[in-house]
Design a protein around this ligand. Structure first.
Ligand code: TRP
Length: 351
């Protein structure tokens, strides 16, 4: 009996698990901000949810990008996904532009989304203010994001704080579409990253490739040392034996993520007492970052030596994603009356 119970439990989970969708722009190999803010949590979510993880190249083209570099960036991000433990046996890992339904659903959502809602988005205001000519794609970016999520009728979306507003809009779009055409889309809920906002090595801006303030998760230990050496610490600490303030130091924050918990009190105490200099403190951090990703580096070099394996994962992922996406699009067209063949062939194949 006990064994049967356990078996049923497994079945339940396979059938009744909630669905998760999340996306990341193809900016090449992941950095520790991507890892702490998203990937680490994605790996855990695989245990409890049916997950779709997407490399969003159609979002990437709304910003600055170089066509010649895009394939490499997609590939490198896919390698990072697999290296940290996203598991293609359990999760659907794919590239957005391989599944045409994302753009098709986005177009449909264009017709139920007020321009005013898009113009209110903080990210849009920020990004458009820095450009002379603003592509419509930058304004419509959150519509594509809503389509990503709702195409799979995902109920849960792991995101950082900066994406909460976009997710709120996705909920609004789901409500509006459902209200007009009938219940189809669940309103997706955010799963907020527990790490909060991860600052770059400058200790000021959010960690991002374009700011050049990152540490790559697949960097070799020497490269990690070289990068972390540039990190900004407590600005009030000028001489080595000045007392430091770990609570305002971004290097200390990173220690809390990568250094074994039992060593954290010592890191803080030596900083406060001015008994360990920032240079050494950063060396210790770099070592722990290197150790943390040792296994990921090994997996990544294996994958880079066998790119066909990465291709196979993304191909299978796209196929699985397309199957789900088509189901949703069939229902969307049906409920919106985009089924003109029905008028002429009432019993025939509607596609
Ligand atoms: N806009 C997200 C970001 O910049 C990326 C993204 C695209 C996304 N589509 C998504 C995130 C769907 C979650 C769900 O981080």
């Amino acid at each position: 009996m006990a064994e049967q119970g356990a078996g049923e439990g497994r079945e339940d989970r396979a059938e009744g698990r909630g669905r998760v969708f999340s996306g990341m722009q193809p900016s090449g190999e992941a950095h520790i901000g991507n890892y702490l803010g998203a990937l680490r949590q994605w790996v855990e979510l695989q245990e409890r949810y049916e997950c779709f993880f997407c490399i969003v190249d159609e979002h990437a083209i709304t910003g600055e990008f170089t066509p010649a570099e895009l394939p490499e960036r997609v590939f490198d991000l896919a390698v990072s996904f697999l290296a940290v433990g996203l598991d293609p046996e359990r999760s659907t890992i794919f590239v957005q532009s391989d599944v045409a339904e994302h753009v098709r659903l986005a177009w449909i959502f264009n017709s139920v989304t007020p321009v005013g809602d898009l113009e209110r988005m903080t990210q849009y205001k920020d990004k458009s203010s820095r450009r002379e000519s603003v592509p419509a794609g930058l304004l419509n970016y959150p519509i594509l994001q809503a389509a990503d999520i709702l195409l799979y009728r995902a109920g849960h979306v792991p995101v950082g704080e900066d994406q909460i507003q976009h997710l709120e809009l996705a909920r609004e779009i789901a409500r509006r579409w459902n209200g007009r055409f009938g219940d189809l889309f669940p309103e997706p809920e955010a799963i907020l990253s527990p790490a909060g906002r991860i600052l770059g090595l400058d200790g000021a801006a959010k960690m991002s490739k374009s700011m050049g303030n990152t540490v790559g998760i697949l960097d070799e230990p020497e490269a990690i040392q070289a990068r972390v050496r540039t990190a900004v610490t407590d600005p009030q600490r000028i001489r080595r034996d000045d007392p430091g303030r770990p609570e305002v130091c971004n290097v200390f924050t990173l220690h809390q993520h990568f250094t074994p918990a039992e060593q954290i009190p010592d890191i803080a105490a030596q900083c406060r007492g001015g008994t360990r200099g920032c240079v050494e403190c950063k060396q210790i951090l770099a070592e722990h970052i290197g150790d943390h990703f040792a296994e990921a580096r090994a997996r990544a070099s294996e994958l880079k030596a066998h790119p066909d394996r990465v291709l196979a994962v993304l191909d299978a992922g796209a196929e699985r994603a397309r199957r789900e996406a088509r189901k949703t699009m069939d229902a969307v067209r049906e409920q919106m009356g985009m089924v003109w063949r029905k008028r002429l062939q009432p019993t025939g194949d509607l596609r």
